[in-house]
Design a protein around this ligand. Structure first.
Ligand code: GUN
Ligand code: FE
Length: 445
């Protein structure tokens, strides 16, 4: 259903510092896009079907800018390690299992179903090096109606033999074949995914850059996550002034190549300047950065500088798919950073983390993450009635509480592009995917 209206308490970010709240308001959806938020429904829309969600809270769908689907199986395990040891002992061994399609079928089935029933409407997702398993993941996600980008991972060095592509040439060839097979999907788009500089040779980055230009693809990778990793990149890439330059010298760092870099915990001035100038998106993943002892990114500074920032769950560095949890942890970690490390960058506000979870990350997909006119109609209806309180709270207070307290019972319905992709029914949970096939704008900004 592409033209309809929903009624409830409507909240969205007007700017990073301003939350717009319309109590008992209406959001109008026309051709999959928002036609506006109204206190009183204009006459011209009175004939449209209207679903009244009464006192529930309606927000834009949440955006997860960085998540590893194959790692969903080992969440919460191996959390005593730092990045490189964690990759070598836990992560690579798990990812190798996806060569087996029977395993991938089961594991990706669980991941796709849990993402469908979360409050996330858009996501940028890593697969593994395996083409067939990645296609299987894309097929499962396509059926959820969510709009997502998925990448077949590239890695041709510094990786165990069981998870290392045979050569740059073979990695690029497999990637191009995978790209051709991706054309059948409606809601899922491919994204180039060099894992990170330590696992990609110069020759491979060069070849991926050619594919990027040929197919106008977006790119996702990791940047300046861990201090040991940064030292390693310096050794691997002599002559580069910062980690970001190891991607930039192959044209894989913004500047016409839509790019998401996860983490950016330890980015210096030069790297920040490049990200700002070249419109590179930062995926801030606070839970992962705590679990892997990576540190805390100066996200408030990034926002104030005008950089593009969204949130990521970074499963399995992070343990939870919930972007509500990422919002709460972003605030908590920013407070510790401010108190213990750097008084020049203050703690994040509720408005800022809500912005990053919606409009900030949503921008990667085009006009996504707000209910302003012209934005794609992605909405989540929230029910906080199980979070009992003796007094009447304002809508803003209720949303603030949901950021910390939302759980599996909190979502009543979810829309993507104007279509229902999830709806709770009296007798349990049921799927309603009504043929969402309009595609999205990643890489077309
Ligand atoms: N850097 C390279 N690979 C990974 C990964 O799988 N997770 C995280 N958090 N960082 C990485
Ligand atoms: Fe990651």
């Amino acid at each position: 259903m592409k033209n309809h209206v929903i009624k409830g308490n409507i909240c969205y970010s007007a700017t990073k510092d301003a939350l717009s709240v319309t109590e008992n308001g209406y959001v109008v959806c026309q051709e999959g896009r928002c036609a506006g938020v109204y206190e009183n429904l204009p006459k011209e829309y009175e004939t449209l079907p209207c679903h009244n969600y009464e006192d529930k809270i309606i927000i834009p769908g949440l955006v997860d800018l960085h998540v590893h689907a194959p790692q969903y199986t080992f969440r919460g395990m191996g959390m005593d390690l730092e990045l490189i040891d964690w990759l070598n002992t836990r992560t690579f061994a798990e990812e190798a299992k996806y060569e087996d399609l029977e395993y991938a079928e089961k594991a990706y089935g669980i991941f796709a179903e849990d993402l469908r029933t979360s409050a996330t409407t858009r996501a940028c997702i890593f697969g593994t090096i395996h083409t067939e398993a990645t296609l299987l993941l894309m097929e499962k996600l396509d059926r959820t109606g969510l709009q997502v980008c998925v990448g077949k991972v590239n890695m041709d060095r510094n990786s165990p033999q069981y998870l290392c592509e045979e050569s740059a040439e073979k990695s690029a060839k497999d990637t191009e074949e995978w790209l051709q097979k991706c054309q059948r999907f409606h809601n899922v788009r491919p994204i180039l995914t060099p894992r990170f500089t330590p696992s990609c040779t110069d020759e491979l980055l060069e070849k991926l850059s050619e594919l990027q230009k040929k197919y106008h693809l977006p790119v996702q990778s990791h940047l300046s996550e861990n201090l040991g990793e940064i030292d390693w990149v310096k050794e691997l890439c002599p002559g580069t002034s910062c980690y970001g330059e190891s991607y930039d010298r192959y044209g894989l760092f913004g500047n016409g190549c839509p790019t998401i870099m996860a983490h950016c915990v330890h980015s210096g001035d030069k790297e920040m300047e490049m990200m700002l100038k070249q419109n590179v998106f930062v995926a801030h993943c606070p839970e992962s950065n705590a679990n892997l002892s990576s540190g805390v990114a100066p996200v408030k500074k990034y926002l104030e500088n005008g950089m593009k920032v969204g949130l990521g769950s970074d499963i399995a560095g992070g343990t939870s798919l919930s972007i509500f949890k990422a919002m709460a942890m972003a605030v908590q970690c920013s407070k510790l950073r401010w108190r213990l490390h750097d008084q020049s960058v203050g703690p994040l506000t509720m408005e800022e983390v809500f912005y990053m979870a919606t409009k900030g990350g949503g921008e990667f997909f085009g006009k996504v993450g707000s209910f302003e006119k012209g934005y794609e109609f992605d909405a989540v209806v929230l029910d906080d009635s199980s979070l009992r309180h003796p007094q009447k709270l304002s809508v803003k207070e209720r949303l603030e509480r949901l950021i910390y307290l939302a759980d599996g019972r909190s979502m009543t319905a979810k829309f993507v592009n104007g279509h229902v992709v999830y709806r709770e029914s009296q007798d349990g949970i049921k799927t309603t995917v009504d043929g969402n096939d309009s595609g999205h704008g990643a890489g077309q900004r």
